[in-house]
Design a protein around this ligand. Sequence first.
Ligand SMILES: Nc1ncnc2c1ncn2[C@@H]1O[C@H](COP(=O)(O)OP(=O)(O)OP(=O)(O)O)[C@@H](O)[C@H]1O
Length: 601
Amino acid sequence: MALISLKDVTKIYPKGSRPALDGISLDVNRGDFVFLVGASGSGKTTLLRLLLREEEATEGEIRVAGNDLRRLRNREIPGYRRSIGFVFQDYKLLNNKTVWQNVAFTLEVIGARRSTIKTLVPQVLKTVGLTGKEHNYPHELSGGEAQRVALARAYVNNPEILLADEPTGNLDPTTSLGIMEVLDAINRTGTTVVMATHNEEIVNSMRKRVVELHTGRIMRDEAHGSYDSSRFFPDAEVAARSHHAIGDPNDGDALDRAREAGVAGRRPVQIVVQDGNNSATGPIADGTKGAKQVVQAAAQAVNQGQYGDEGIARLAKSMHSGRTGRYGKVFTSVEDTLTWGKGLGSLESAQEDSNRHEDATAGQPDQGNDSGSDERFRRPATHGGQDRSGQSTDGSGHRGHDKAGTDRDESAKHLQAEHTASRKSRKSAPNSEAARPKPTAESRFQDRQTGDSNSRNRDKNQDDYRNRDRGEKASQKNVNAKDRQPMKNSSAKTSASGQQNKRPDQHSRSDGSGPAESTGKSGQTAGQMKQDVAQSSKQTSNKSRANKKVSMGENHHGVESMGAPPAPPAPPEAPKQSRKSQRDNDASARDEQDDEKKAAR
Ligand SMILES: Nc1ncnc2c1ncn2[C@@H]1O[C@H](COP(=O)(O)OP(=O)(O)OP(=O)(O)O)[C@@H](O)[C@H]1O
């Protein structure tokens, strides 16, 4: 008999415009690993909530581990829920308890002995990679860490069934892989896992049973399914991905049918529990009996990388491909989601990729050799990396995706090496523009958190204001200096009013090499007077130009005011020029009259 059984189940929420689940029937056997896939709103969460008895079915029959959920009394519900592990996307941790207390609490409520708790909690925390975080509260954890606490809590008492609703929904690929490793190990101890997900890579790599929902109905149920089915989505790309995912580049559905008929296919490697009583060998009576051995066995499997039926190995290989599923953008690219190290700017990584490609090509002794791991440098990282049997051509022996990155460890080493190299290059040229760290998703996030980019902009603006202020002050200083300059003589006046505007003739004047200065109005000749009038006109013109420049400087940044090249000479001022000519004409007329008078005499 099936461990989980639904018959014609319909769920209509009070405010629902259509049934969330519409007459579905489904059987899940002990030890199964089932992926629930389907578009947002198709009813995956509703199905899990019915199984957890958070909601009641409107119609139909649900049986879980011998319990008819319609007949479950209210007081029996907490006990029933404790026999089921569950992991939800939003973690649902107890915020006032530490990591240790959150996990221990699960055992306390089922009456586990203190000694059992002391043994199991560190064991399970080690399995999910949280050793050292025991005393942190949920708000002191990252999303990935919080999810791992939820996972530890869900299986510490070795439940028969583990329900997971998008447990990797908020996590980066590496952390998601870790979560899937643990779920896979738990499943191999005999625990039945039902997991709702939008993650195409996980579903396609693990090749487990796939149940697809669409507007509350089951539209697909395959024993070794892919995320997308070519049968239901007759699209060339979907077909290719689907066939590839289940290991046959020509007809995945046919292979699947063959597996169902027992002609082909592999069974997952079970984790054998020594001296224990796990759900593979028999039901657990009190919730802790056998849990110690099961938890230890799962921990061992995870820590020693026993990949079972290669699903996790395939996932490790393809996890960093950054592909998104048909249902959208839930799975962002690795550059945007890396949480360890500093991440890589996409330009930086593209550059380093191309360098690596050149190095690899240069280092290849035999370009014609088709075998071996260098294959990935000659072929595009597409499905073409597999032969017809689905065997990877990278020489690793793993079936599945042939993404250029190899397994998780290599990816991690590789990215860390890149990170170190980019840090080194930044160190060697600390002042260059290129040496500045490129903004990563993480730094941008931190900038948003701390307001750094705002403060950087603020600093820049303040610098601009300071420069402008300096410029204005400098310009003002020039004006003041000019105003304070005693009007000793015309050359000194010229010098004070506009050093930068000096023309060669003015320089020669100020250094004394020019024509002799006038000796006073009483001794002036007409020529000297003419010269003085002309000079005075020039000075007036220079002064007005200098003033003009200062006032222009006030409208610009100080840098421009202080260091800008001299402005081109202003055009002569017409009225002054005409007055000067008038005076010149009058003087020469007077001279001529005098001459005429003298001659007449
Ligand atoms: N409490 C509720 N009251 C009314 N309608 C609800 C309630 N919860 C879910 N629904 C509706 O039921 C349908 C199925 O929702 P459900 O959350 O099960 O979808 P899902 O497949 O899990 O979506 P997602 O992938 O976005 O989590 C949706 O149309 C949703 O609006």
